[in-house]
Ligand binder design. Structure first.
Ligand code: PMP
Length: 411
């Protein structure tokens, strides 16, 4: 039986985002940069503001009613993340500053524990620097080697290479669920199954996936899954790491301080169980509560409806952009999410980005913190439009006109 999804009421949704009504350089703002950072709906902004005005204090700090209330709200937000990711327990959800910190946590705690001299860490060719550099730092410290899963010209991982790339020495495989440059949705479940069959743990960078697809970490069976709040209609400064409980329990802490200890003496300090063991110091409480509100918001819209809307926009934008003379789209994977990267012959992506900016169109131009992807495609940078549930076909039309205008200017 096929069920027809009720389309999103985009006009109503847009009223939740004050920024979408402002102008930029005298033009209505066209926000096509959600892969850099998503906009927050009023419900999130107001929830955080309410916390700061009426509820603000510290969490996990003794008996005051106010602190207990803040702790409850903070832990409720953790439960929302657990449910959102389909994790078995809130003990598997560690608050972090974002995906970057989550991936550094895995490298510095789990990685240090399992990687020894001569071991190998396998990363996909389309990783963001956040899932490369922490592993390079670890590899350098331990005398380990980084190996790379290559991709084809369409921007799809060449999975046939996995059997050969995984060796007796491979300890960890790191892969992004969705590429921030190419939009490729990687078959994480299959990759995980193949890595596990060879005894390799899998770390997934979900920063670009969670805003666009329903994720079920138990179904994916990944060992770790990292994401950031600000790409998911939430605030900056908060993100989360999902880790299988057995791993989190076995892993040493990585930062020390208050909240992560059970007892401290000069002779011996003992630690709290996971996840507190990984959460030293005062966390960003308003941001965590705000992220909880963001999850409520996107779940009320429905991730399946969000995905359908964004897919439709991506298909429309691809169709319109592909016929522009001299324009090349990077990333033509069969399974793609919400990102359209392109280069235009004779115009540097930064110049193109500036012209689009003068037209009120916000896109990202640069290497997107994925320089090895640029090297793979022999380009210095791309211009990237990224779509969210509040974007419209009319906005795609304005993007296309602005690109055409840039081409005219550079003729
Ligand atoms: N991974 C991917 C795929 C990303 O797109 C980003 C953000 N550009 C990150 C990791 C890092 O996220 P954050 O800066 O929020 O830690």
């Amino acid at each position: 039986m096929t069920t027809t999804l009720q389309p999103l009421d985009v006009a109503a949704i847009r009223k939740d985002f004050p920024l979408l009504s402002r102008t930029l350089n005298g033009k209505p703002v066209i926000y096509l940069d959600s892969a850099v950072s998503g906009q927050m709906p009023l419900a999130v902004i107001e929830r955080m503001s309410h916390y700061e005005r009426e509820e603000h204090t510290n969490v996990h700090r003794g008996v005051s009613t106010l602190s207990q209330e803040a702790t409850d709200r903070f832990e409720e937000a953790r439960e929302k993340v657990r449910a959102f990711l389909g994790a078995a327990s809130t003990r598997e959800i560690v608050w972090t500053r974002g995906a970057t910190e989550a991936l550094n946590l895995v490298a510095q705690s789990f990685g240090r524990m399992v990687v020894q001299a001569g071991d190998e860490i396998l990363l996909s060719a389309m990783e963001h620097h956040a899932n490369i550099v922490p592993w390079q730092m670890l590899a350098q410290e331990k005398g380990a080697t980084i190996k790379v899963i290559p991709m084809n010209d369409a921007g799809e991982l060449i999975l046939e290479s996995l059997d050969e790339l995984i060796t007796e020495r491979t300890r960890i495989l790191g892969v992004t669920h969705v590429s921030n440059v190419l939009g490729t949705v990687n078959p994480v479940k299959e990759i995980t199954a193949r890595a596990h069959a060879r005894g390799v743990s899998v770390v997934v960078d979900g920063a670009q996936a969670v805003p666009h697809l329903a994720v079920d970490v138990r179904d994916l069976d990944a060992d770790f899954y990292a994401f950031s709040g600000h790409k998911l209609s939430g605030p900056t400064g908060i993100g989360a790491l999902y880790g299988k409980l057995a791993h989190l329990e076995a892993m040493p802490p990585w930062q020390g301080g208050g909240s992560m200890i059970r007892s401290v003496s000069w002779e011996k300090t003992t630690y709290m169980p996971a996840p507190a063991k990984f959460e030293a110091g005062t966390p960003p409480i308003a941001a965590a509560i705000g992220l909880g509100a963001a999850l409520d918001y996107v779940q009320a819209l429905g991730l399946d409806r969000i995905a359908a809307h964004e897919h439709e926009l991506l298909a429309y934008a691809t169709e319109r952009m592909a016929v522009i003379p001299g324009l090349r789209i990077l990333g033509n994977a069969k399974d793609k999410a919400s990102v359209l990267s392109f280069v235009v012959e004779g115009i540097h992506p930064h110049d193109l980005g500036s012209i689009l900016d003068s037209e009120g169109v916000v896109v990202r131009a640069g290497h997107h913190c994925a320089q090895p992807v640029m090297t793979r495609f022999h380009i210095p940078a791309t211009t990237r439009a990224s779509f969210a549930y509040f974007n419209t076909r009319e906005e795609v039309d304005i993007l296309v006109s602005a690109v055409m205008k840039a081409i005219e200017l550079f003729k």
